[in-house]
Write a protein that binds this ligand. Sequence first.
Ligand SMILES: Nc1ncnc2c1ncn2[C@@H]1O[C@H](COP(=O)(O)OP(=O)(O)OP(=O)(O)O)[C@@H](O)[C@H]1O
Ligand SMILES: C[C@@](O)(CCOP(=O)(O)OP(=O)(O)O)CC(=O)O
Length: 429
Amino acid sequence: MSEQQKQQTAKVYEVTVTAPVNIAVIKYWGKRNKKLILPTNPSLSCTLSQDHLHTCTTVRASPTFDRDRLWLNCVEERIEASERLLNCITATRQLRAELESKDPSLAPLSKWGLHICSQNNFPTAAGLASSASGYAALVSALAKLFELPLSEEDQSKIARTGSGSACRSMFGGFVAWQAGELDDGGDSFSYQVAPATHWPDLHALICVVSDAKKGVSSTSGMQTTVQTSELFPTRCRDVVPQRMEAMKRAILDRDFETFATITMKDSNQFHACCLDTYPPIFYLNDASRAIIQLIHAFNNQKVDPATGKPVIRAAYTFDAGPNAVIYAPKGAMRELVQLVTYFFPKPIDRPSQAYYSDQFGLFSESEYARLGSDIYDESVAEFKDKFSVFPPGAVRRVIHTSIGDGPRLLTSHSSSLLNDAGMPKRARD
Ligand SMILES: Nc1ncnc2c1ncn2[C@@H]1O[C@H](COP(=O)(O)OP(=O)(O)OP(=O)(O)O)[C@@H](O)[C@H]1O
Ligand SMILES: C[C@@](O)(CCOP(=O)(O)OP(=O)(O)O)CC(=O)O
């Protein structure tokens, strides 16, 4: 073994990153190519802050690893059984091999085994976009480990082959995924419309209606929609293209009313397409529908004296599950939290902090103690007589968050999810 090879073998080649969740305001639903994950329509999302929701992934390459292994939330997954994991690992490894063939002084990481350990700090496969943050973290970590000279756009094309919505988690802020037209997917990538700092006043309130694994996965649900819904082609052809342009304008202008109106309409149309699928797919439940009504009532409460029109102060959106994400200006969150916690009391078995923790300091201690049992701001007290209170636990958790940045590289040794032997620090059988 040469001196250089000895040094390379002794060195630890490892990277740890976190990546964010994104929640679409114009939904991706439908593929024109299942293998390459090419969508039938463009989409647009907001990246949520990693301070509250994220995936953390450590990847290590070593000549002592006899095969690639991956642990997700402490449980080993079979990489060879997942075409999507293989897509991302193979694509990045191939690019590394090309670099090595041009520069023989590089350590031969492409020939070594990989150990990958990943953890989501929120429920997996429950309609909270875990596949998006999961594949974005994976691709971002591999690109850094292999020192690939790839732009975020290029990385987004690889993340897309893990899960479509993952391509949007490669950026922070407001992110569009252009559908593209090429058969090989070369023009189907995401790009940033505006960074998170562009609109810091925009916040999000996630109402976790269910953290159980959902019945119909996005992947299979959207294929049935493409095959059977008669409404769906109209959505792709006549509705989404105009909405994309209007939404980009609204974001650049920080025009909340337009942003909110398109967000709600697009969520509704996506769920209408699910209902128009045959057999129909139901992602929303009674609690989801009650949240929709509550937000419309909230938006109808104040009227602009100049125009005589209601002042839109909140927007709901739902992915392939019953969980609501409510986008609103930070100033509206105090009232919204009171409404949601009052009409959806916390589960009996859950401490207040685990149900809703006041991340942004909206309430005094005594106000926080009364949350859920009362609405004490005059401005929203009138709602008490208009809606019924749900049984405890219809909403399991309420998370207040903001718009955030893209994948982050963690440099401290203590962030690693692998121990010195390259095995997960925490593992379950
Ligand atoms: N950290 C991760 N690393 C790698 N793969 C992950 C990770 N987290 C989730 N996944 C993959 O994504 C799958 C879940 O995706 P799915 O689309 O069913 O749910 P979701 O992304 O949580 O919800 P939705 O996309 O509807 O918002 C998991 O079963 C797993 O295969
Ligand atoms: C409803 C959605 O959340 C659908 C997400 O679908 P996925 O990205 O999970 O599907 P695959 O590409 O098959 O992995 C809308 C959206 O995020 O745009």
